[in-house]
Design a protein around this ligand. Structure first.
Ligand SMILES: Nc1ncnc2c1ncn2[C@@H]1O[C@H](COP(=O)(O)OP(=O)(O)O)[C@@H](O)[C@H]1O
Ligand SMILES: [Mg+2]
Length: 366
């Protein structure tokens, strides 16, 4: 276990009414980092937060804080606080009393309460808002009060369950960077839940990608984006072209009826694999040039780039992001670097995947 580990999930499972919701989840959370649980609705994100907060008990395995099992420890004894999506503020109390609520329950002296509330409001950029009514606040301000209330008793870990999903896009983007800055200033661990992959990529030190109660892959945003372990992750994180292929031998792969150099290794000869190439890694060329020929089937202007769909002669559809425009029905060439090809092995476990990448990453990505 890493020295900095604060929370350790050790083969944790959770069943509701005999139905398995989380299966054999293991991970470590380190102090002072920003983590994101990312996955589609119903995959078990909120259940994991509730297990950490102590509102639920695991059906199997152990949850440890600082190396000690907390399976039986009640929520109020854990160094954890939660920010909920719907804020859960008290509408009849003003900002000060909303933030002070937990401190009053813990019977802290008034002077200490006043100091802590002021400090918490300062952290979320709400200096001077003490006497405002909740009803008079904007969505973003309510969100900040909810965060101030959660940090006022100085938890070690802050859990945030889709806290931004009720906000409109512009405010949401602003709050994303605000939350990230707040986490750095506080220096505590954030565990943030979202189903939005862009949000996860923008905010996190580390992402856990969840699917059907299982962690599919964990790692930095960059590593998950560049090296997705399987089709689910490749598809869920960003736009991808996922094409069936064949590993001819180490660093040589065939797909779309042609043979290409790549950087991937550790497969069997002629092993059936899946290929991922990101749309932004495909470069438009004149007809007859490049590595692959496609016919343009559709084109949409996306503001920054064109999103072009072309079909190769095997019938594979390729999405291309380009600042150049094409004509419908036109034949174009595509070029891509060997590094842009990412090869995925069917059914590979995260341990085997990491081991295989480590065995050649030092060689190829210098
Ligand atoms: N208290 C409960 N009793 C029975 N089923 C539950 C309960 N809480 C959650 N579930 C089920 O567990 C699954 C995962 O739920 P949840 O953790 O809320 O997913 P997410 O937050 O990723 O959307 C869902 O199928 C949900 O219906
Ligand atoms: Mg949820």
């Amino acid at each position: 276990m890493a020295e900095n580990t604060i929370i350790h999930f050790n083969h944790v499972s959770k069943q509701f009414d005999g139905e398995t919701i989380l299966r054999d989840i293991s991970f470590e959370i380190e102090r002072g980092k920003f983590y994101t649980l990312l996955g589609p609705s119903g995959c078990g994100k909120t259940t994991i937060l509730r297990l950490i907060a102590g509102f639920l008990e695991p059906s199997g395995g152990t949850i440890e804080f600082d190396g000690h099992s907390v399976n039986k420890l009640p929520p109020n004894k854990r160094q954890v606080n939660t920010v909920f999506q719907d804020y859960a503020l008290f509408p009849h109390l003003n900002v000060f009393e909303n933030v002070a609520f937990g401190l009053r329950i813990n019977k802290l002296p008034n002077k200490e309460i006043a100091t802590r509330v002021k400090e918490a409001l300062h952290f979320v950029n709400l200096d001077g808002y003490e006497n405002r009514e909740i009803a008079d606040l904007s969505g973003g301000q309510k969100q900040r009060v909810a965060i101030a209330r959660a940090i006022v008793n100085r938890p070690q870990v802050l859990l945030l369950d889709e806290p931004l999903s009720a906000l409109d896009l512009k405010l949401r983007t602003a709050m994303q960077s605000e939350l990230r800055q707040l986490q750095r200033r506080l220096g505590i661990t954030f565990i943030f839940v979202t189903h939005d992959q862009e949000e996860a990529l923008a905010m996190s030190d580390e992402i856990f990608v969840l699917n059907k109660g299982k962690i599919e892959q964990s790692g930095s945003p960059r590593s998950i984006y560049d090296e997705p372990i399987n089709r689910f992750v490749a598809d869920f994180i960003g736009e991808s072209n996922i094409i069936p292929g064949n590993m001819v031998r180490d660093r040589v792969v065939s797909f779309a009826g042609k043979v290409f150099d790549c950087v991937d290794q550790g497969f069997d000869e002629n092993e059936a694999v899946e290929i991922v190439i990101r749309p932004e890694d495909l470069e438009l060329k004149q007809r007859g040039e490049g590595l692959l020929q496609v016919r343009v089937e559709s084109q949409l202007f996306r503001g920054v780039h064109y999103e072009i769909i072309g079909k190769d002669k095997d019938g594979n559809a390729w999405m291309i992001h380009s600042t150049k425009s094409t004509k419908l029905g036109e034949e174009i060439g595509l070029f891509f670097e060997p590094e842009a090809i990412h090869v995925m092995r069917h059914g590979e476990s995260e341990e085997d995947f990491d081991r295989r990448l480590e065995s050649y990453e030092g060689v190829c990505h210098v």
